[in-house]
Design a protein around this ligand. Structure first.
Ligand code: ADP
Ligand code: MG
Length: 383
């Protein structure tokens, strides 16, 4: 594998660089709730500054949020004045771009305010490209998307990976070409979003440990009752097919059940004794032990998806136990990779996130990469 990165650019000095980042941070009432994505791109921005580039930064945000608070926070983290422009293309942006001097930073408005972005529109890509001389992609979290600022733009500018993108690709590739044995731990909610992932990882894994609501489908496919747990017919069919194909899939042997999702009255049960009026909300202690026995033998570990409804105090322990073991084995005995929005949230509850070798900044993009799906953003940058 070869990655063209910003370190391959001979002379960045005085060059206008269009830096595509994924700073789609959670914002509530105009306030940034978590800035880890901003912190994650600082090395690339600093590298470009050190090499006297002129930096034009572009990101997307969800929920129609403006990029202005993000620009402000980045400025504060860098200790540097950043010019925010409430557009992405057009006269005002162009004029600001030509006036830049080395080490200047301009921050553009939310890319998705332009219809062309999500349509991979050539005109929009060309207009964006017209602002700069070099394009740098450091937006791993959206590289599975065929959008103008990630795909079409490469027709118009020489393209390079930023330092975060490079690390994501190198570290996630270590899961796909693992130091063996690889153990995969997959949980969470929607099986539809994880079929390709399970298929692609099962081929490479010694064991693939399935927990969370995802496991309900497999338990039901096995013929056991799952009561009122999250699951539906088509998901159960998908699980049955996966279980038939991959004999290295390991399922929970015991579970925590309650009558209601927010009930404090729960019971630990063998997986074959769930009653019609019960909901499965966590893996049980025997399952934790079983999973840990496999995790301890791994040289590479990938974990995505909580083992239960961890947002509730009573049902967080299966997830946290697994999180702690993954953390404890990482940074030494095994190469440990963790990703997924809720999975990282759960991991942070343990305060052990620093033990993990790589925490991916890309939820959907990580799943797509590990599933071997096409990554339009990486095309032409990673070979
Ligand atoms: P990630 O974002 O880490 O990829 P998912 O989005 O796939 O993870 O799933 C996370 C959600 O799954 C969490 O909000 C968690 O509460 C939920 N979940 C996991 N197991 C269960 C369960 N047994 N019952 C209800 N919800 C569950
Ligand atoms: Mg999620």
């Amino acid at each position: 594998m070869k990655i063209r990165t910003i370190r391959n650019v001979k002379n960045l000095a005085g060059k206008r660089v269009l830096l595509r980042v994924d700073l789609n941070v959670p914002i509530e009432g105009g306030r940034i709730k978590d800035d880890y994505k901003i912190v994650a791109v600082l090395p690339t921005v600093r590298y470009l500054l050190r090499h006297n580039a002129k930096i034009i930064i572009a990101t997307h945000l969800d929920n129609g949020n403006t990029a202005e608070p993000v620009a402000k926070r980045l400025g504060r983290l860098l200790g540097k004045k950043i010019l925010f422009i409430s557009e992405c293309v057009g006269q005002r942006v162009k004029q600001a771009a030509v006036k830049m001097i080395p080490k200047d930073v301009i921050f553009l408005e939310n890319l998705r305010f332009n219809n062309g972005e999500e349509k991979n529109d050539k005109k929009f890509a060309k207009a964006l490209a017209g602002l700069a001389e070099i394009y740098v992609n450091d937006a791993f979290g959206v590289n599975h998307r065929n959008h103008a600022s990630l795909a079409a733009i490469k027709k118009y500018l020489p393209a390079y990976a930023g330092l975060l993108l490079e690390k994501e690709v190198i570290n996630l590739s270590k899961v796909l070409s693992p130091t063996k044995p690889l153990v995969a731990i997959i949980g969470g909610a929607k099986i539809q979003t994880k079929i390709n992932l399970i298929n692609n990882l099962a081929k490479r894994s010694e064991r693939i440990l399935i927990g969370g609501a995802l496991a309900n489908n497999f338990i039901a496919a096995h013929g056991f009752k799952i009561g009122k747990s999250l699951a539906d017919k088509s998901s159960i069919r998908l699980a049955a097919a996966l279980a038939k194909k991959h004999k290295n899939i390991i399922l929970p042997v015991d579970v925590l059940v309650a009558k209601k999702i927010n009930s404090a009255n729960f019971q630990v049960k063998p997986v074959n004794q769930v009653k019609a009026d019960e909901v499965i909300l966590d893996i049980g202690p025997r399952t934790v032990k079983l999973f840990v026995s496999f995790i301890k033998k791994a040289k590479t570990i990938i974990w995505n998806g909580p083992m239960g409804y961890f947002e509730n105090e009573h049902f967080k322990h299966g997830t946290l136990a697994i999180a702690r073991v993954v953390a404890a084995r990482s940074t030494g005995q095994a190469f440990g990779v963790v990703g997924g929005g809720e999975t990282i949230e759960a991991l942070k509850l343990t305060k052990m996130e620093h033990y993990i070798d790589w925490i991916s900044t890309g939820g959907g993009a990580m799943l797509a990469f590990l599933a071997g799906e096409p990554m339009p953003g990486l095309k032409g940058i990673v070979k």
